[in-house]
Write a protein that binds this ligand. Structure first.
Ligand code: ZN
Length: 491
């Protein structure tokens, strides 16, 4: 019987014991094994003992190698400057002013509320910011398993000199003081941006935002259009539009003129995308101009009292015209699909909305077919829609997978969704991640969470399972993390 050698084991020969092909083992592994660990009985032949030894070696070394490989890939991914293609940053107050700005993020307030803290105490109007921080610290215990909690720990460790892994109520005042000192420094915003390796940060701008007082090269405007599409029946929205554009919208033609003015203003201010979040029920389609004219007339006369069919007709018309203007102005149209607002109206601020798994991208069939020239970076609210998104991006040249939004933005869902995209969608059509942050300090922990998962998927599914070289895997990671955002929004 031939004696197995290392070459047999490391070149994918079937194992004599399991019959499965052994993966190629790369790198150097130092192991100390005793016979008892391998459970090799005295009467096994030398050959079988060798096989058992190599099986043990493989079993024990795989996780070590995988972890080392992941760490190496992560450090390559963590070493590059990145664009954040979707945030809610206010460029005039981009960084946190105190610790309440961080702990006031809806993830903490909604989780604290979900685990028992009353909304009234979280949102008490006269609550002092430091007392709010103390209150939340007292209620972090039930959340300390969550990934959102780990973002806060990472912020505290990276930015606030904290060196513990767990935040306890007694840490509240010390961290408050440290944050006050650091955040009060003149260059805090620049320090955070530099440490987070951010080059450009996309904003979410109301259509009537003057876009003044900030550097639009760093803070890139993005025209958010929810109000126009879904709240056009509100007098206040129509008045804002009229004030901004000096056009009185009376019909389909004047609607188009006024929307075009917004696109002119935004693109002159360096806007690189138009964006909207969409409820699960929305299904875009083109409707006739005559129908739009009648519906707008109804809204002008009756406002929010207008019939639902007329409000829906105007929503469809505004949305369709926005897509036409994206084509004309060559702006990507970010679609954030699937959010049901106010599912839990008693929830804390921004902690009321949820997804509805009944949404389907088939509702967007007419849109994707009608606008082959428009790039649609599509985000889905929940992982349950990811397979559809993966398939649509696989088939439609104009559909791009865009980040891991909200309820799908936790590691378990990111890992599954990312792996599915990486193995089935062209590598040029995936924008890996955006932070969705409200304050700059969150970019670092959120992007690092993503990069750790990206490194894991690349290590396990590309280097180990598909025998890709490490450099090649890193290059794929950098493309989805960094280069695609540049090409899709700036080329
Ligand atoms: Zn957002």
């Amino acid at each position: 019987m031939p004696k197995p050698n290392r070459g047999d084991i490391s070149h994918g020969q079937p194992s004599a014991i399991t019959g499965r092909a052994l993966p190629e083992i790369r790198g150097r592994v130092t192991l100390s094994l005793s016979q008892s660990q391998c459970d090799v009985s005295e009467d096994l032949s030398r050959y079988r003992a060798s096989i058992v030894f190599f099986e043990c070696l493989r079993f024990l070394s795989k996780p070590i190698m995988s972890q080392e490989l992941r760490n190496r890939i992560f450090s390559e991914l963590d070493d590059v400057a990145i664009i954040d293609p979707h945030t809610h940053i206010n460029p005039l107050e981009a960084a946190s002013a105190n610790l309440a700005d961080i702990l006031g993020y809806h993830y903490y307030t909604e989780l604290a509320h979900s685990s028992g803290l009353s909304r009234e105490s979280i949102e008490a109007p006269d609550l002092d910011p430091q007392d709010k921080v103390r209150l939340l610290f007292q209620n972090l215990g039930p959340l300390n398993n969550t990934i959102q909690y780990s973002w806060f720990v990472e912020i505290a460790r990276e930015f606030l000199d904290f060196d513990e892994d767990v935040l306890l109520p007694e840490h509240a005042d010390l961290l408050w003081e440290t944050a006050a000192t650091k955040m009060g420094g003149e260059d805090w915003e620049s320090q955070v941006i530099e440490k987070s390796r951010l080059t450009k940060i996309f904003l979410t701008n109301d259509f009537d935002d003057p876009l003044e007082g900030f550097d639009t090269d760093r803070y890139v405007p993005c025209l958010r259009t929810d109000d126009l599409v879904f709240h056009f029946s509100k007098k206040e929205v129509r008045e804002r539009l009229q004030t901004t554009t000096s056009i009185d919208v009376r019909d389909s033609a004047t609607l188009k003129d006024s929307l075009r003015q917004l696109f002119v203003h935004f693109t002159q201010k360096n806007a690189r995308a138009c964006a909207i979040s969409l409820p699960p029920s929305f299904a875009p389609k083109k409707i006739s101009e005559a129908r739009v004219d009648r519906a707008i007339a109804q809204l002008q006369q009756r406002g929010e009292e207008a019939e639902t069919v007329d409000k829906e007709a105007v929503s469809l018309a505004v949305f369709w015209q926005l897509a036409e203007l994206c084509r004309e102005f060559k702006l990507p149209f970010d679609l954030m699909i699937g959010v049901n607002r106010s599912v839990y109206p008693e929830g804390v601020f921004q902690g009321q909305d949820l997804y509805d798994s009944r949404v389907s991208l088939i509702q967007y069939q007419e849109l994707f077919n009608a606008f082959p020239e428009v790039v649609f970076p599509v985000s889905v609210l929940a992982s349950v829609t990811n397979q559809e998104l993966t398939s649509y991006a696989w088939i439609f040249p104009n559909v791009i997978t865009h980040g891991h939004w909200w309820y799908s933005n936790t590691p378990a869902f990111i890992e599954a969704d990312l792996a599915a995209r990486l193995e089935a969608v062209p590598r040029t059509k995936q924008i890996g991640y955006y932070s969705d942050m409200y304050k700059l300090e969150f970019a670092l922990p959120k992007f690092r969470m993503y990069k750790r998962i990206l490194a894991k998927v690349l290590a396990e599914r590309f280097v180990m399972d598909r025998h890709w070289g490490e450099e090649r895997a890193v290059d794929l990671g950098l493309q989805v993390l960094q280069r695609n955002s540049e090409q899709i929004f700036f080329d």
